[in-house]
Ligand binder design. Structure first.
Ligand SMILES: Cc1cc2nc3c(=O)[nH]c(=O)nc-3n(C[C@H](O)[C@H](O)[C@H](O)COP(=O)(O)OP(=O)(O)OC[C@H]3O[C@@H](n4cnc5c(N)ncnc54)[C@H](O)[C@@H]3O)c2cc1C
Length: 380
């Protein structure tokens, strides 16, 4: 497993439960140091008037993550149940939870280590994946082999793109269109009363009060937060005042006194911030499943006779033992667990539920390469 955020940890737990022996590699010095280091995020449904793949995935995902939180993390030590007021489109009040993702990541890794052998290796950046004699070799900066296994799951968010593109000889941009989207959150200690009865969402989410005894010491144990900005194409985690100001502008529409408080805290140096990079796919859906063998796919399409170019997505040839769980976008809390369960079931060759066949196709990492191969076939 490469990557120890929500995606990698959820996949470790799902695979360990099925008896898999695991080695987890991460470039950072511990779990949940990337986007999953988010101090507080919302677990809330994506509501649309008519169902879409994302709204259906999010309904399944909210239920499954909530069950995991209830099972593994005491309330007040990593999450709090709440409701959220959707103020923009699809207005309404929805059940939700405020969650510190690291609490869930740590709980999943602890559970995985308990269920099955799990070796966790930090400060271990994988630069290259090479397939040799039936094994995937994870290689470091000097070409040294860091770990080897017949099966690998790439769960390294935007870092997945370079690894997978190289390993599977995909054309990075069209066949695996992942994009970095930087986000900055503004937050501060809450000294007095909360300025709203519950979280408010429109262009961003205002959390008027979040209390968590497990928050790392760099954050106040009682805080308010507003976030987050969307900077497409930006791949860095530096904080800046202009992003705080954009959060203040979004907050004005939700709670003007809180926007004033944000600006005052910024001016007086009391405002805290957190920024990280989300990984989003071109169609905004996650990628969970086996990676395509694009060379074999093109050959298959070209030789499909009168049905040239008509190979079904599920018949796409796959690279042996190379899987991916990534592109959680702004919804890692909602999507990581449900997608990890589907991935682990597939890796374990369990029968897939027909009820979700279209959703599994919607998150199939081969979908982009498959569409591209179809487009490139000359008319029969
Ligand atoms: C500002 C902001 C606000 C957000 N708000 C919400 C919210 O309210 N609700 C919600 O559900 N989601 C939210 N998200 C999104 C959520 O944080 C992500 O979807 C989720 O954390 C992604 O998890 P992940 O495991 O895919 O990625 P990450 O947590 O980023 O983990 C990827 C891991 O891979 C490792 N890695 C990368 N490359 C390599 C390599 N080559 N070798 C080894 N290791 C590598 C990294 O070190 C990292 O630990 C927000 C994100 C941001 C930035």
């Amino acid at each position: 497993m490469i990557g120890a955020g929500l995606a990698g940890a959820a996949a470790c737990a799902a695979l360990a439960r099925r008896g898999w022996r695991l080695t987890l590699l991460d470039a950072a010095d511990g779990p949940a140091r990337g986007a999953s280091a988010l101090p507080v995020g919302m677990l809330s449904p994506h509501v649309t008037r008519a169902p879409t793949p994302l709204s259906r995935l999010s309904a399944l995902g909210v239920a499954s993550t909530l069950a995991e939180l209830q099972r593994l993390v005491p309330q007040g030590q990593g999450w709090q149940a709440c409701e959220v007021d959707n103020r923009g489109h699809d207005a309404g009040r929805w059940p939700a939870a405020m969650v510190r993702p690291a609490a869930l990541v740590q709980a999943w890794l602890a559970e995985a280590a308990h269920a099955s052998p799990l070796e966790m290796r930090w400060n271990t950046r994988v630069n290259r994946l090479e397939h040799r004699d039936g094994l995937w070799l994870a290689q470091g900066p000097d070409g040294q082999t860091l770990a080897e296994a017949p099966t690998v799951v790439v769960a390294s968010a935007y870092g997945s793109q370079a690894l997978v593109a190289q390993a599977s000889r995909l054309v990075p941009d069209e066949a695996l269109p992942l994009r970095p989207v930087k986000g900055q959150m503004s937050l501060a200690a809450l000294d007095g009363e909360a300025l709203a009865p519950r979280p408010q969402r429109d262009n961003g989410v205002f959390v008027p009060l979040y209390e968590d005894t497990g928050l790392p010491p760099r954050w106040p144990a009682r805080l308010w937060a507003m976030g987050s900005t969307y900077d497409r194409g930006e791949d860095n985690s530096s904080l800046n005042d202009s992003a705080h100001e954009r959060n203040a502008t979004s907050l004005e529409a939700l709670c003007p006194p809180a926007a004033l408080g944000l600006r005052n805290a910024l001016a007086s140096g009391r405002l805290l911030g957190w920024a990280q990079v989300r990984c989003a796919s071109l169609d905004r859906l996650p990628l969970a499943g086996a990676l395509p063998d694009t060379a074999a796919l093109h050959t298959l399409m070209a030789h499909a006779g009168p049905r040239r170019g008509r190979v079904a997505l599920q018949d796409t040839p796959r690279l042996p033992g190379l899987f991916m769980l990534s592109a959680m976008g702004s919804r890692g809390l909602t999507l990581a667990h449900w997608c990890a369960e589907q991935l682990a079931a597939r890796m374990n060759q369990e029968p897939a539920s027909d009820a979700w066949a279209d959703l599994l196709a919607a998150i199939d990492p081969a979908r982009f390469a498959w569409k591209q191969a179809r487009r490139q076939q000359p008319a029969a």
